[in-house]
Write a protein that binds this ligand. Structure first.
Ligand code: ATP
Ligand code: MG
Length: 669
């Protein structure tokens, strides 16, 4: 407690009603949450299992748990929930799946799974309309976040496009149900609907969660807000912290107005403001303050810092995007030597994931270890999920989730209605889908043609299982992927032959590693495929955790992903009009949100901040002259220092650029 300033202490100790901590970046909002959890457990007599803290990312949740672990006795903290909204939703649904009509072991579709299904539905129900699957997915997600069900979306549709989308929304919901699967947004939507409709269950969870804390509150959307409101109920045991200047998810339905709304929904709301920043050197803070002053403000805040003035913010102009990436790589090495920093002290932030590609190449050439946040892990890839589902189904025919994942991969034309009937039949008799399929007779009331298709799938499974008992495991499985023409199926769904080939190679790679594991385990006796499969998953998870924990690597991530984090040395790249601010926000006149994003980026930096932009950049095959970002103009002259090429020495730089590029290519080959 002694390490907190008086206002933070006040926020931690306040338990008389709902509390909002409204404060700028780096002022210790997240610290207040962590301390408050400890305070609740140690002094206020709340057992850990009755407290829930919601944060924005898994990483933040992990960190928060660790911090609490250091502050309080482990036993007292048992059962404490520190999770993202989605994880909290999942916890609730695991217990309440019956009440929302799902059976245990339901699967969760990630964005890619959902997109694949939506692409199919779009082709089926709106062919040749030019509607895009990305647009469809975003619209459905926004509807779900606004808690609109398919029929409500349909009745509110404003044009033909929305009408089509609403119809597909209904089909999509039917399919998910038949697959016993949820998408990401359902993890919030379903608990909220359940709480609204079932007081008994709501009260049960209100008894369970007696104190709720929410970090990054400015980025909650409508359904998340509703979840908070319902869980808190009349007891009003709630602490939320947020910063309206860091609201960067409006495009995903986040509503900074939720901060203002809170005052209306909780009339007794106490507001604490924090103004001392403990993160950044003064120049960095002044630059952030000056930038964000260009946005209109509901809540005025004035951040100050006792840390030193610090170095000027460097703004580097390079010839093109290659030179930009290369400059960042060489700057990191330079900085590292001069300031005796570790690689992990550096972060490079960018507007879009595609900007990381060139940077990766350059970092590799300079042998700088790096880690990209938000990349797709091997086991999150669709083809690997398919393959794992096949493996799971063959080792455990009762795994309904796996069954539903692969029943139409490749397409076997088994429709949602048939699957629903099969699921209903199985559930009535308490059978798994595979068993139901094998036992089913005419009493199933399934159309003969559909039944025939189902039978064919069952036969295929049975045959493969029999072969697995007699023959060597992995050759049988390899043969199976060839027999079902999996590669052709990939080809139909891929954007290029090359992509399909890469995906197929991933599957072969997975099978090879399984074989390797089997061989290594030989001395310890025979290992089943089942063991190998589950251990493979475990290993992947553990490897990923280790990597996050203690490797010394430069962190690469989008500005969005950097929220809540801090690094001694930060680079923000691509400060150009149309990139940052992004073209779409210029077109849609949502510059303010881009400015907040820039503000988030700047305020991640503790000691040094370097901003870069390229004079020329390739865009759709053409080389264009870029315009420096307007955000550069908004930064105070006395705190920034411009470096890099000016217009005059463009040509020398061009030559130098070519020379370094060829040296680099030599290095790589
Ligand atoms: P953001 O808006 O970026 O999420 P935040 O308001 O959550 O920032 P924290 O991450 O909690 O801020 O704190 C920023 C840094 O300041 C952390 O390194 C934290 O340890 C430190 N800090 C917080 N409060 C204090 C304090 N009272 N004394 C010293 N350091 C502090
Ligand atoms: Mg924070």
């Amino acid at each position: 407690m002694s390490q907190l300033n008086p206002r933070q202490r006040e926020a931690v100790k306040y338990l008389d009603g709902p509390l909002l901590v409204l404060a700028g970046a780096g002022s210790g909002k997240t610290s207040v949450i962590t301390r408050k959890i400890a305070h609740l457990i140690e002094y206020a007599g709340f057992p850990g299992r009755h407290i829930a803290a919601v944060t924005f990312t898994n990483k933040a949740a992990r960190e928060m748990k660790e911090r609490v672990g250091r502050l309080v006795d482990r036993r007292a903290a048992r059962g404490l929930i520190v999770a993202t909204f989605h994880n909290l939703g999942l916890t609730i649904l695991r217990e309440e799946h019956d009440a929302v009509g799902y059976h245990p072991g339901f699967s969760i579709f990630d964005a890619e799974d959902a997109r694949a299904l939506l692409r199919d539905l779009l082709a089926q129900h709106a062919p040749d309309t030019g509607l895009e699957v990305g647009d469809l997915q975003m619209t459905l997600s926004n509807w779900k976040n606004a808690m609109l069900l398919p029929d409500q979306a349909l009745s509110r549709a404003r044009d033909a496009r929305e009408e089509r989308f609403a119809v597909i929304y209904q089909h999509y919901a039917d399919y998910l149900k038949a697959y016993n699967a949820l998408d990401f947004d359902d993890l919030i939507l379903l608990p909220v609907l359940l709480f609204r409709n079932n007081t008994e269950i709501l009260e049960k969870w209100q008894r369970r969660i007696r104190y709720l804390l929410v970090d990054e509150y400015q980025d909650t959307n409508l359904s998340q807000y509703e979840m908070v409101r319902l869980l808190v109920g009349h007891r009003q045991c709630l602490t939320v912290v947020g910063d309206d200047d860091q609201s960067i998810y409006a495009w995903r339905g986040a509503r900074p107005e939720n901060l203002a709304q809170l005052k209306e929904d909780f009339p007794g709301l106490k507001i604490v403001k924090l103004e001392q920043n403990y993160r950044s050197m003064r120049r960095i803070l002044s630059t952030a303050n000056a930038l964000i002053a260009n946005n209109p403000h509901v809540f005025e805040k004035a951040l100050w810092s006792e840390l030193g003035v610090g170095d000027p913010i460097r703004i580097l102009r390079t010839r093109n995007e290659e030179a930009e990436a290369e400059r960042i790589a060489s700057e990191i090495l330079d900085h590292k030597l001069k300031s005796h920093a570790e690689f992990r002290d550096f972060a490079v932030l960018y507007r879009g994931n595609h900007q990381a590609r060139l940077l990766e190449i350059k970092l590799q050439a300079y042998q700088i270890p790096y880690r990209i946040s938000g990349g797709t892990s091997f086991f999150a890839k669709n083809e690997i999920k398919d393959a794992m589902a096949y493996l799971r189904l063959l080792t455990n025919p009762d795994d309904d989730t796996a069954f539903l994942r692969v029943v139409n991969v490749p397409r076997r034309e088994i429709g949602p209605r048939t699957l629903e009937q099969l699921t209903g039949y199985a559930r009535q008799r308490g059978l798994s889908l595979t068993r139901a399929l094998n036992e089913m007779g005419a009493d199933a009331h399934i159309q003969a043609r559909s039944l025939e298709k189902l039978r064919r799938f069952a036969d295929f499974l049975n045959r493969t299982c029999e072969r697995l008992e007699r023959e060597d495991t992995l050759p049988v499985i390899r043969q199976m992927f060839t027999d079902i023409e999996y590669q052709e199926w990939l080809q139909q769904n891929a954007s290029s032959t090359k992509q399909a080939q890469r995906q197929m190679d991933n599957v072969w790679y997975l099978l090879d590693s399984l074989e390797q594991m089997n061989r290594n385990e030989d001395d310890e006796g025979e290992q089943t495929l089942e063991d190998a499969v589950s251990r493979l998953v475990l290993r992947d998870i553990m490897e990923r955790q280790e990597e996050e924990d203690d490797s010394d690597k430069v962190q690469l991530m989008t500005l969005h992903a950097s929220k809540g984090l801090e690094f001694p040395h930060v680079f923000v790249m691509g400060l150009e009009e149309e990139l940052l601010p992004h073209r779409s926000s210029i077109e849609q006149d949502s510059i303010e949100e881009e400015r907040r994003l820039m503000y988030v980026g700047i305020t991640r930096a503790q000691r040094t901040l370097t901003l870069t932009y390229a004079a020329q950049r390739k865009q759709y095959g053409d080389v264009i002259e870029t315009i420096p970002s307007r955000f550069i103009d908004e930064m105070p002259d006395d705190h920034v220092k411009h470096e890099g090429i000016g217009k005059a020495d463009k040509e020398t730089n061009q030559r130098r650029g070519k020379a370094t590029l060829s040296a680099l290519l030599d290095d790589l080959s």
